[in-house]
Design a protein around this ligand. Structure first.
Ligand code: GLP
Length: 260
């Protein structure tokens, strides 16, 4: 696990943006895994800017959302499909038909999850997966006690996650209870995973993810099992890391200062 401690959101976005731009520019049919929440928004802004000013193109790229609320009608402003369109995909040249999410309005949700897994596999898997982290350590919507081998499936949100996400809705009761989410096993198949976190509220889950034991009680800790993970955190989210100085010096003395 590479841990990068940054001074600003702009630096965080630039480092993640470098990695994505490198993949998008070097592969014929790149695949990106997209997350919602606040953390990835500056990365999307960075990529939109690169598209405008440097001509980085997303035509030919396939994109996969991590998760989706169950029960929100198509086009609801908080459905993750709508959010990702508004914050990213509507502003670049990706084919809208190449942006996929789990179909949380399907009559048969089990089948929809299987279809989603097959879609990702048919696209050749995911090159770069962006992740945020929940305050209890979830990735996607894999809440504590999720199987570390799980695949895309229906999950029930914890009260804590519903409270955390209430800021996006008019009322707390409007936050759906159920979601479809890529499983931890699904996420771990991405070739490069970038997890981003900012703020003091993320310092405990980040400490447990990076320096704690691998445990289903902290789903993000499963990332320790993956060979290519980059954790980008601001000083607040990093404040409980015991080996912060080591991570800083590792990044400073990185043999090749290339995109991570
Ligand atoms: C939601 C998403 C998660 C994300 C989390 C963190 O719950 N489903 O994938 O990790 O938000 O959000 P933020 O980036 O706002 O901290």
């Amino acid at each position: 696990m590479e841990v990068v401690i940054v001074e600003s959101q702009v630096e965080m976005a630039r480092i993640a943006g470098d990695a994505i731009a490198a993949v998008v520019s070097s592969r014929k049919t790149p695949t990106l895994g997209l997350a919602t929440g606040s953390s990835p928004v500056p990365v999307y802004a960075d990529l939109i800017e690169r598209h405008r000013t440097e001509g980085i193109g997303f035509n030919g790229t396939t994109m996969f959302l991590l998760d989706e609320y169950v029960g929100l009608p198509d086009g609801h402003p908080q459905s993750f499909r709508t959010v990702i369109r508004a914050t990213f995909t509507a502003h670049v040249d990706v084919d809208p038909a190449a942006v996929h999410g789990p179909d949380a309005n399907a009559d048969d949700l089990k089948k929809a999850c299987l279809r989603y897994e097959n879609l990702i596999a048919d696209a050749g898997g995911i090159d770069v997966q962006l992740l945020g982290i929940g305050s209890e350590g979830h990735i996607g919507f894999n809440e504590p006690a999720s199987s570390l081998a799980s695949r895309t499936r229906l999950k029930t949100l914890t009260d804590r996650t519903r409270k955390d996400n209430a800021r996006f809705f008019d009322k707390h009761e409007e936050v759906p209870r159920h979601v479809l989410t890529q499983g931890i096993g699904t996420i771990l198949e991405a070739r490069h995973i970038i997890l981003m976190a900012s703020g003091l509220a993320k310092s405990v889950p980040i400490e447990r993810t990076v320096e704690g034991p691998v445990s289903a009680m902290v789903p993000a800790s499963a990332l320790q099992l993956h060979p290519h993970v980059t954790v980008i955190v601001d000083e607040h989210a990093a404040c409980r890391l015991k080996h912060a100085d080591y991570y800083r010096s590792t990044f400073k003395h990185k043999p090749e200062r290339q995109a991570i």
